[in-house]
Every structure is written in C-alpha cells, then in structure tokens.
Design a binder for this molecule. Sequence first.
Ligand code: CTP
Ligand code: CA
Length: 226
Amino acid sequence: ALLRPVTRDLAGRTVVVSAGPTREYLDPVRFISNPSSGKMGFAVAEEARDRGASVVLVTGPVTLPDPPGVTTVRIESALELRDAVIRAAQDADIVVMTAAVADYRAADQATEKQAKVAGDVTIHLTPNPDILAQLGADKGERVLVGFAMETHAGVERAAAKAQRKNADFILLNYPTREGTAFGGDDNQVTLVRPDGTHEDWPRTSKREVARRLLDEAVRGLRPSTT
Ligand code: CTP
Ligand code: CA
C-alpha cells in the first residue's frame, strides 16, 4: 500500500472504541458469546492513536495484546462493557462501537456449576442494555459510530438502527463475505446513514476501513476549542 502522510487531525481529541465479544456467564464455567476477534476495533484504536487522539479501548476477551499508547480496559460481560464505555464516553469526542455485544444474558446467573440433568433444559435470558442507544440518548456533541452485521435487508436495517440509536452512521457488513468480518484481516463494509443514504466501500484491510471511518467521523466533529 502507498504510504499516506500522517495526519494529526485527532490531536487534542478523545476517542473511545469498544471491541470484541462479550461473555454472558450461565454459571462459573459456561457462557454465551460470539466469534468476534476484536481486530476491527483494535485497528480503529491504533489509527486514532496514530492521528494524535487520546484513546480508550474497551474490549471483551480477545487474543490481541494491548496496543501501545492506548488505554485498554478489559471487560467480559455486556454490563461491564456498558459501565466502562459510558464512563469513558463522558470525555469523548468520538465513540466507535465495534463490540459484538450479546443481546441477552442469563436472567439468573448460577453461582455454582450446574450439573447436567436428564432431558432438555431451558435457559431464561433477559435483554442486555443497548449501549449505543444509551449514548445516543445523551449524545452531546459526540460523533457516534456503530457497526452492524446483517444477513438480509442490510441497508434498510442498518439505517433504521442508526436512526433508533441516534448514531451518525453505521458500517454494515455481511457474514458471508469470504475473509472479511469475523476473524478476517480484511473488511468490506457499506457506510449507512440514518436517512438511508449509503456508500459501498471497497474491500480493504481493517486498518484502511478504520482510516476511512475516522475520516468520516472527523467531518462530524465540532471545531476544537483548544
Ligand atoms: N450495540 C450496543 N449494545 C447492545 C447491542 C448492540 O451498543 N446491547 C451496538 C453494537 O456495538 C453495534 C450496534 O449497536 O455498534 C448495532 O448492533 P446490532 O447487534 O446490529 O444491533 P441490535 O440493536 O442489537 O439489533 P439486532 O436485533 O439486529 O441484533
Ligand atoms: Ca444485536
């Protein structure tokens, strides 16, 4: 790839990024989760750092090491993710939610390992809070960015989410694109705005997607007062 000049367009800004999956424990040794690798969020955090931002990365369990020069907060559950993101977001100019937040958690988390029983079991799940929607409800001057993976009606569904959650835009991807999305080093996304306007971006590295994402977010920033 061609070397791009380093732009310090995020100097003096604070960027909060969430990444990875959450784990919703059923008992001390079992949980519900998803295959999110964290690569997309870590790429956004590193790109923001290199552009001069002060970066807080809140991540679920992933195998990636803490990026140098980034404040990394490790969490497990959606409730822990919410607490850490909402706290960090108070000082943020841009919040990027790449985390694959589990939509539900166990209604009653067992404190002891559950032995198997004969026959079927039923797990009672209760909804997790929607962190992006919570940020959107008290948006202030922050730029809010979401991600969505859809199997069908992607643009329509992503636009509705952006609207409902009061996000500036959502990057949409599909689980079926080979080498992209979960675990891959590349991504192919469509930028979707709340009004339904959208742009297909070419398939590129997650780092390049991060670059374009931050280019777009910077356009939404209020002029810096410092
Ligand atoms: N998100 C969040 N909190 C949740 C669920 C999702 O902040 N409890 C964020 C994700 O990090 C992502 C965006 O919302 O940036 C869209 O996630 P998605 O799962 O597509 O949205 P949902 O509202 O959960 O819709 P769905 O029913 O399609 O899962
Ligand atoms: Ca969801």
